[in-house]
Design a protein around this ligand. Structure first.
Ligand SMILES: Nc1ncnc2c1ncn2[C@@H]1O[C@H](COP(=O)(O)OP(=O)(O)OP(=O)(O)O)[C@@H](O)[C@H]1O
Ligand SMILES: [Mg+2]
Length: 263
């Protein structure tokens, strides 16, 4: 087992009641878990807690996060530096917004590689080209010379994913990685995420509002509501036999074709 989240609770601020509570799930190597749920239900909080990047006084107030047998909640910042960006990395909703607009993509990509490894500049450059090529980005040399605003949303997102997979992480955390994209580009990126995870053996947790995306990609599915997991299991089972009202309403909003629902 790669990741075991046990009875996790997170609070923002000292005396706040927990924002998420009693969250339990397990993830095996190479598997994809999708988290769905209404806005504010705590999906982002879960994946930020795993990567130990909770904002604004957010902290784990209960439970354990076990990654490869280690309890992440007890690690010091030095140990985190060797995990974050290497064993575990994050894909954001809009990778372009996470990058600095006044520096080229190449400068930032190469710096990122050099902070996490001993590679010299040339080797880092070659690694960046290799990863961009893997993400089907044409002319990767030109991409490295570009600024984020010069690329389309889909290309920026491919750059973000290329960076996230640089060190062949064992776990990818993706927070609505396709929500900012048009439908056609969404489908392409979803296909590429599938290709990358299946190809490299990385496990992934993907937060998405799109049940179609979740059912296409994921092995297991978690449904959250008001900070709690209200439904979980193998994706096919949850979709075939939804128990919770929120899951039912999500399913009923997926359009039917020929009286079948293609989720
Ligand atoms: N920085 C913060 N400071 C204080 N409270 C926060 C902070 N971030 C989130 N919260 C609280 O946690 C709750 C859950 O937020 P979270 O971002 O995890 O939800 P989400 O399921 O990802 O929602 P969305 O689908 O809109 O992205 C929020 O309603 C808010 O009360
Ligand atoms: Mg969120």
């Amino acid at each position: 087992m790669l990741l075991d989240v046990k009875n996790l609770a997170v609070s923002y601020g000292k005396n706040q009641s927990p924002t998420i509570q009693g969250v339990n799930f397990k993830l095996d190597e190479g598997k994809i878990l999708a988290i769905v749920g209404e806005s504010g239900s705590g999906k982002t909080t879960v994946i930020r807690a795993i990567l130990n990047v909770l904002p604004g006084g957010g902290h784990v107030s209960e439970g354990e996060i076990i990654f490869e047998g280690k309890n992440l909640c007890t690690l010091d910042e030095k140990s985190w530096r060797s995990i974050r960006g290497k064993d575990m990395s994050m894909i954001f909703q809009d990778s372009g917004a996470m990058m600095n607009p006044i520096h080229t993509i190449g400068k930032q990509f190469i710096e990122y590689i050099q902070t996490h490894s001993d590679l010299n500049k040339q080797a880092a450059y070659e690694k960046a080209i290799e990863k961009l090529t893997l993400m089907n980005l044409p002319n990767p040399e030109n991409i490295l010379k570009s600024y984020t605003f010069e690329l389309s949303g889909g290309m920026r997102q491919r750059v973000g994913i290329a960076m996230a997979i640089t060190f062949q992480p064992k776990l990818l955390l993706a927070d609505e990685p396709t929500s900012a994209l048009d439908v056609t580009t969404q489908a392409q990126i979803v296909g590429e995420l599938m290709f990358i995870t299946r190809g490299t053996g990385a496990a992934m947790i993907i937060v998405t509002h799109n049940l179609g995306v979740a059912s296409y990609l994921s092995d297991d599915l978690i449904v959250m509501s008001q900070g709690k997991v209200v439904e979980s299991g193998a994706t096919v089972d949850v979709i075939k036999n939804p128990q919770h009202e929120y899951t039912k309403s999500l399913l009923s909003s997926v359009p039917e074709m020929d009286r079948c629902r293609y989720v």
